[in-house]
Write a protein that binds this ligand. Structure first.
Ligand SMILES: Cc1cc2nc3c(=O)[nH]c(=O)nc-3n(C[C@H](O)[C@H](O)[C@H](O)COP(=O)(O)O)c2cc1C
Ligand SMILES: [Mn+2]
Length: 448
């Protein structure tokens, strides 16, 4: 039951936007998602007939926090953090089984042709058609520890993709080690696994940790794996599609530009090459796309695990920190935190800790607990009424940062901390309403 299709079946109809007529894959799915976001709607897109292809496309799966919570059996977004940390502390290793649906159809050698996959063109600036949802599974050539992570794949030919390992993540390290041994790096690209596997693949855990163990912890049961047919890598038995192949050692070709989560197209690329040796899939597979760029789903997928992790570290040092949000408007660069202040200066301590914990953050705002950090206009209201720029902020220049920030210079950026908490001895009173009046208003509106 731990499959993408089984999870999709649990979704209520109102959570799925089905397009039954033929739909072009060039730009239209991205446009649909971005227009829906303007209307504050985040349904799953189910494109039954992508024009020119014989396979349905599912997108926008990770665009909604409530849905993401459900992927790991949490009741609400607030409970997600708890469930996530529980899984990190209680990982469950996968089991290898003899056969699985993902190998119902196996194509190797001359039969490999990825042109059959309904891969979208997402932005006008993109160099071509890109897979953004592929989980790259590989093994450390020295230790054998497995790794799962996302790397974009630009379709180049029937068995060839361009790839960028620009995050310098574990796969990049694995490739360095393979190159030292004079070997290519074997990689399986998993397309469409249970969403918990996708969430685990997006998490940054230690290099010694197999992300499948985290996925098992999230699911409360081991992920079932099958051995690939042409490489020494294991993939989820219930996945939709798998590309088996190798990232070539010491080989570079042009790749990009690509529309990134910052909202800008970037030329940054390690210009690697992935060659496909086999394609395996279910009968009648579903193609899972992740709309890249400045989309809710790309941002949330990259962030939810980090939020849980950073929030926990903050609370370990400052237990009265109550909530943390990385707002959509700040891509990954802004963060809002609330705290139950008990001493002056605590907000600054929390802000400095946050900057230390997450190099991406360059603007952080601390507010009191009457402010909902998930409601951006409340945060701005707190700044408007509780913050004075000459006293309540600090700047730390030239700190290591994320290189995709187009305003950063040579890998460093300034950090701006804003303390928008009220002083402890404040005698200003917020306007309020009796709870009964609010209750009355709510029930009137709910009836209507
Ligand atoms: C949807 C999505 C796409 C991503 N694309 C890339 C990419 O093209 N290149 C890259 O280096 N990192 C990319 N990342 C970031 C890494 O996949 C991510 O940091 C991952 O957690 C790294 O895993 P690791 O800690 O095992 O190295 C992407 C992340 C997400 C969520
Ligand atoms: Mn890893």
């Amino acid at each position: 039951m731990t499959s993408l299709r089984a999870f999709l079946e649990t979704l209520p109809d109102r959570d799925v936007f089905r397009i039954r007529r033929p739909l072009p894959l060039d730009y239209v799915p991205t446009a649909l998602v971005l227009e829906l976001e303007k209307r504050e709607k985040h349904p799953v897109l189910y494109i039954e007939q992508p024009e020119g292809f014989d396979m349905p496309v599912v997108a926008n799966l990770f665009a909604d926090r409530r849905r993401i919570a459900r992927m790991i059996g949490a009741e609400s977004p607030a409970q997600f953090n708890e469930a996530w940390l529980h899984a990190e502390e209680n990982p469950i290793p996968p089991v290898v089984v003899e056969r699985g649906p993902v190998q119902e159809v196996v194509r190797t050698g001359e039969e490999v042709n990825v042109g059959w996959l309904p891969i979208s063109r997402h932005f006008q600036q993109d160099a071509g058609r890109y897979i953004g949802s592929g989980i790259l599974v590989c093994k450390d050539p020295d230790t054998g520890v497995r790794n799962l992570s996302y790397q974009r794949l630009q379709m180049k030919a029937r068995d060839r993709f361009g790839a960028s390992l620009h995050s310098r993540g574990h796969i990049w390290e694995h490739l360095q080690r393979a190159e030292v041994q004079g070997r290519n790096l074997e990689v399986a690209v998993v397309l469409g696994a249970h969403p918990a596997v996708h969430l685990a693949a997006a998490a940054k855990v230690a290099m010694e940790v197999d992300e499948y163990d985290i996925a098992g912890g999230l699911l409360g049961q081991p992920v079932e794996l099958v051995r690939c047919r042409t490489i020494d890598v294991e993939v989820p038995a219930n996945a939709e599609i798998v590309l088996e192949g190798e990232i070539l050692a010491h080989t570079h070709e042009d790749e990009g530009p690509f529309g990134e989560y910052t909202g800008y197209a970037t030329h940054r690329s390690t210009r690697n090459v992935f060659v496909v040796k086999a394609v395996t899939h279910r009968q009648a597979p579903i193609f899972l796309d992740v709309i890249p760029g400045y989309s809710n789903e790309h941002l949330l997928l990259g962030r939810v695990a980090k939020e849980a992790h950073v929030f926990q570290r903050l609370k370990e040092v400052i237990p009265n920190v109550r909530a943390l949000n990385y707002p959509r408007s700040g891509t990954h660069f802004h963060a809002y935190l609330s705290l139950e202040k008990t001493a002056e200066g605590q907000a600054r301590q929390a802000l400095m800790l946050l900057f230390g914990l997450d190099a991406y953050v360059k603007l952080a705002v601390a507010v009191d607990t009457d402010i909902d950090v998930f409601n951006e206009s409340e945060v701005l209201w707190a700044m408007a009424t509780r913050f004075q720029a000459d006293q309540d902020m600090f700047v730390v220049p030239k700190v290591f940062c994320n290189r995709l920030d187009p305003s950063a210079r040579e890998g460093v950026a300034a950090k701006l901390g804003i303390d928008a908490t009220a002083p402890l001895d404040w005698d200003v009173e917020r306007t309020s309403l009796p709870p009964e009046a609010i209750e009355r208003a709510r029930s009137l509106l709910d009836e209507g």
